[in-house]
Design a protein around this ligand. Structure first.
Ligand code: KG4
Ligand code: ZN
Length: 326
């Protein structure tokens, strides 16, 4: 089954053609990163999606040497994200579905990020723990199967990717800041005693806004070089992810650990988790950031399990995951 995946939830317009959930036939992307100085402007993002979406669909088909007639299923992210941006992809998917008389499935963008880690691989052992670390979200997720995901904990304030972007901006570095902070951190020492927040009533919840404030004070008071501040910030953040993942993994008797989201592109994060006693699943680097392949890939098992989505489904900026523990 050939699935067309469409992704427009934030500032990337992306399409992919994926066979049976795993084999990528083409994967194309138009990134607006250079347009959005200092963060994404929602109105501008939606207009950029609108002008790039149809030429990009052509490019996706051409790269796979396929025509629209080859598509068996259309998958699209319906959230979470920016409502105006999501609507462009969702409306395109619905239109193609009606025009081609092919089923359509709406997928949760965050679940697709986690699915990217197992694409093209043998299935992991379940239950699995999912650690999602993206620009807009940080979450620990319990996976009973590749399509049954429920929430263990999420961030009470800033997402970690957003914190990387804000720390980079405090240092005058361009958006998106994560890769710049990672490079800076490699040249420094984690000598400053920064700590991520702990939530007394939510052991698997995250809080990074206090950490960002510690970084801001350190910069203002010139407590160390930018290299040492970046290294200390990154170490505090990744130690927190590691410790909470370890606690959840043991408590829920998980059998594998899946990573998803842009921050998991980081080599420093990957080496920090190397000692974790579990089979670790990282997505290929090009599938960590927003892309169409994860959407097309995840659409396949979801469609097999649930059938098509109704055309009445709406763009959903905030999707509430079912809680794993009540
Ligand atoms: O998953 P993603 O494309 O966006 C959302 O769906 O939200 O992730 C983008 C985020 C940005 O905040 C970016 O700074 C961060 O991923 N990121 C990194 C690295 N590469 C990208 N953060 C830390 N280290 C990196 N190497
Ligand atoms: Zn994303």
């Amino acid at each position: 089954m050939i699935v067309l995946g469409i992704e427009t939830t934030c500032d990337e317009t992306a399409f992919a053609l994926v066979a049976s959930g795993h084999q990528i036939l083409s994967n194309v992307l138009y990134s607006q990163a250079s347009i959005h100085k200092g963060g994404v402007h929602p109105e501008r993002a939606a207009r950029e999606h609108l002008s790039s979406i149809l030429p990009l669909l052509d490019e996706c088909l051409n790269k796979a040497s396929l025509s629209l007639a080859a598509i068996d299923l259309i998958a699209v992210s319906y959230g979470p994200g920016l409502v105006g941006s999501i609507q462009i992809g969702l409306q395109t998917a619905k239109t193609l579905s009606v025009f081609l008389k092919k089923p359509f499935i709406a997928v949760n963008h965050l679940e697709a990020h986690l699915y990217a880690s197992i694409m093209g691989k043998e299935p992991p052992l379940f239950p699995a723990l999912g650690l999602l670390v993206s620009g807009g979200h940080t979450a620990l997720v319990l996976l009973r199967s590749e399509t049954e995901m429920s929430l263990l904990g999420t961030t009470a304030d800033d997402a970690l990717g957003e914190s990387f972007d804000k720390v980079a901006s405090l240092m005058g570095l361009p958006y998106p800041g994560g890769p710049h902070i990672e490079q800076l951190a490699k040249k420094g020492h984690p000598s400053l005693p920064f700590k991520a927040g702990q939530l007394s009533d939510d052991p698997f919840g995250f809080s990074f806004s206090g950490l960002k404030t510690q970084v801001r004070y350190a910069i203002e008071q010139q407590k160390g070089s930018f290299e040492d501040i970046a290294s200390s910030f990154q170490r505090a953040a990744f130690t927190d992810l590691y410790q909470k993942s370890q606690k959840a993994y043991g408590q829920l008797q998980c059998r594998s650990l899946l990573f998803g989201g842009g921050v998991t592109q980081s080599d420093s994060l990957r080496s920090c988790f190397a000692p974790f006693d579990a089979p670790l699943y990282f997505a290929k680097k090009e599938l960590c950031l927003d892309n169409g392949a994860m959407v097309a890939g995840y659409g396949f098992p979801l469609f097999k399990q649930n059938g098509p989505s109704p055309l009445s489904i709406r763009a959903t900026p905030k999707i509430r995951w079912k809680r794993a523990l009540s």
